[in-house]
Design a protein around this ligand. Structure first.
Ligand code: 4NP
Length: 172
């Protein structure tokens, strides 16, 4: 898939209350800073449905707010099969999310499943689950997501010469 064809992105973690709501909010903010918000459909979801209908975790809300990003309007939901048709890119926060998504994906569905940091920065690295840790973990997660979001926006805006590809996809 070329950069130009990507118009919709779904960020996915396990619960859709900590990492992927931050990724959705931060990536939207990065797009808005570049005047690109209207060009992309952005959403987030979880591979698990335990928190469906819930607002993001207060620790994600707080770290986002400290950086000028409001994620309070988001509501957790579970990934659906239709997501694999609706989104050009489906980005898992860690490798277990990517494995779960690839198991779920209907055969021949157009949505491309990749590891977020791999696709954005070329580093095969997880955004770690901060749920059972402290506030520091949420700040680390925020920083990783911010850097990867800037890198992904650079690629989608065509500022990066490298084609939009992730190492994680090289065997599929
Ligand atoms: P997330 O974090 O996947 O980044 O939203 C988690 C949220 C909830 C749980 C695990 C991870 N949980 O086990 O309920």
């Amino acid at each position: 898939m070329s950069d130009r064809q990507v118009r919709s992105i779904l960020f996915v973690c396990l619960g859709n209350i900590c990492r992927s709501p931050l990724a959705e909010g931060v990536f939207r903010a990065v797009l808005a800073e570049r005047g690109l918000e209207a060009a992309f459909a952005i959403d987030s979801a979880g591979t698990g449905g335990w928190h469906a209908g819930s607002a993001p975790d207060p620790r994600s809300v707080a770290v986002a707010a400290r950086h000028g990003v409001d994620i309070t309007a988001q509501q957790a939901r579970k990934v659906t099969l239709a997501d694999f048709d609706r989104f050009d890119l489906i980005l898992g926060m860690d490798r277990s999310n990517v494995d779960d998504l690839r198991r779920l994906a209907p055969e021949a569905s157009p949505g491309r499943v990749e590891l977020f940091l791999d696709l954005a920065t070329g580093r095969i690295k997880d955004v770690p689950d901060p749920y059972y840790g402290g506030e520091d973990g949420f700040l680390d997660v925020y920083r990783m997501i911010r850097e990867a979001s800037e890198a992904l926006a650079d690629r989608l805006a065509g500022r990066e010469a490298t084609p939009l590809s992730g190492h994680a996809s090289s065997t599929t």
